[in-house]
Design a protein around this ligand. Structure first.
Ligand SMILES: Nc1nc2c(ncn2[C@@H]2O[C@H](COP(=O)(O)OP(=O)(O)OP(=O)(O)O)[C@@H](O)[C@H]2O)c(=O)[nH]1
Ligand SMILES: [Mg+2]
Ligand SMILES: [Zn+2]
Length: 340
């Protein structure tokens, strides 16, 4: 990854755009506050954020006579940024008007990822399963998978690694990707090989009754897997996606789709680069699940696991408990982080 350099002119431009954005947001929030103060709104009730449309949020009512219906809402000024999956307190407005979200209910979990500037952005909240999708195309690099896994581990939810587009695999790809999956299975991760356009294996059972977020690079087939599971919403997935230059439906915002038997599927936009430089060394270490038994066992308490004698992680590599590739991947991430 190259170092990001921003010229002074660019930085002025970014500042100006930010200022305009803040001014617009304040105006909207003032409107939401005025609506609340005016008392023209319906009763307070719980709802779920199911998508973002630029500045507005789509809410699904979770209780009462409106349950299951969707509404566009603004958020009141005093609550933090909301994310798909959030449970909120909201009030409906008169017909055709946007409702108002007045409170965020506690999150059980939240998946975050860095934006292009390295700032953490929540992707989805209240999830209890993560499917990390890879495919023969775009070819997955083990290091990129490592990065996704670190992000997943910060949620406390161990992801299932799903190799999609099995119908497209050449025998050579089947062998190399099979070996790649096996190397992650050896660490303790569940894996699957399937096809959104063919044999979906036990995908239905994997998602049933859960709030499942699909993450992975752009083009690996996250939206296609959701379409395979919920053919009725296929059209909606496409509506919510912008048409990219390549004529593909690239997902631009995380969207929540209820599963008929309970649970939900959350589509998320793919990311090209997954930096982890917003993390510290301990958070990075926590993302390597197989390192855990060896931490605290090095000769030096402040061991950087690089060149020190008596490093328990290096010993673990020598004894075959840790893959040399994973330790090297960790070292590269640390170097990357230190360089910033
Ligand atoms: N042959 C085959 N093609 C697939 C499969 N899954 C997805 N595709 C194709 O791969 C392309 C990308 O699929 P999407 O579902 O849009 O990928 P995505 O992960 O949602 O991409 P982003 O929204 O950009 O993050 C589409 O042309 C799909 O038709 C599969 O299992 N087999
Ligand atoms: Mg998509
Ligand atoms: Zn060490």
């Amino acid at each position: 990854m190259s170092q990001r350099r921003i010229s002074r002119q660019q930085s002025f431009r970014i500042d100006r755009i930010q200022a305009e954005r803040i001014a617009r947001a304040e105006k909207r929030e003032a409107k939401a506050d005025a609506l609340l103060a005016g008392g023209d709104l319906g009763a307070e009730q719980t709802g779920r954020v199911i998508a973002h449309y630029g500045v507005q949020l789509a809410i699904e009512a979770l209780e009462g006579e409106l349950a299951g219906q969707r509404f566009r809402c603004h958020r009141r000024s005093n609550i933090e940024a909301l994310v798909t999956g959030d449970r909120v307190i909201w009030q409906p407005a008169a017909e055709g008007q946007t409702g108002v979200i007045s409170a965020l209910l506690p999150r059980e979990s939240v998946l975050v990822r860095p934006d292009p500037y390295g700032k953490l952005k929540p992707v989805a909240a209240n999830i209890d399963r993560i499917l990390l999708v890879i495919a023969p195309e775009p070819t997955p690099s083990p290091e990129l998978i490592d990065r996704y896994l670190i992000a997943c581990e910060t949620t406390g939810i161990r992801p299932v690694i799903v190799l999609n587009k099995s119908d497209l695999m050449t025998p050579a790809q089947a062998a190399s990707l099979g070996a790649l999956l096996a190397s992650f299975a050896a660490l303790g991760y569940e894996t699957r090989t399937l096809s959104a356009h063919g044999d979906t294996g036990d995908l239905h059972a994997l998602v049933a009754g859960r709030a499942v977020v699909f993450v992975g690079q752009s083009g690996v087939g996250k939206s296609s897997l959701i379409n395979a599971l919920l053919p009725d919403v296929a059209q909606k997935v496409h509506e919510l996606s912008a048409n990219s230059k390549l004529g593909q439906h690239t997902t631009t915002t995380a969207c929540w789709f209820d599963l008929p038997g309970g649970g939900a599927l959350i589509d998320s936009p793919g990311i090209r680069e997954f930096g982890v430089w917003h993390m510290d060394r301990d958070q990075l270490l926590a993302g390597f699940i197989e390192f855990q038994p060896f931490l605290g066992q090095c000769r030096f308490r402040n061991c950087s696991h690089a060149h020190e004698p008596g490093c328990a992680l290096h010993l673990a590599v020598d004894e075959g408990h840790v893959q040399a590739r994973r330790l090297a991947s960790f070292q590269r991430l640390v170097t990357d982080m230190d360089n910033r």
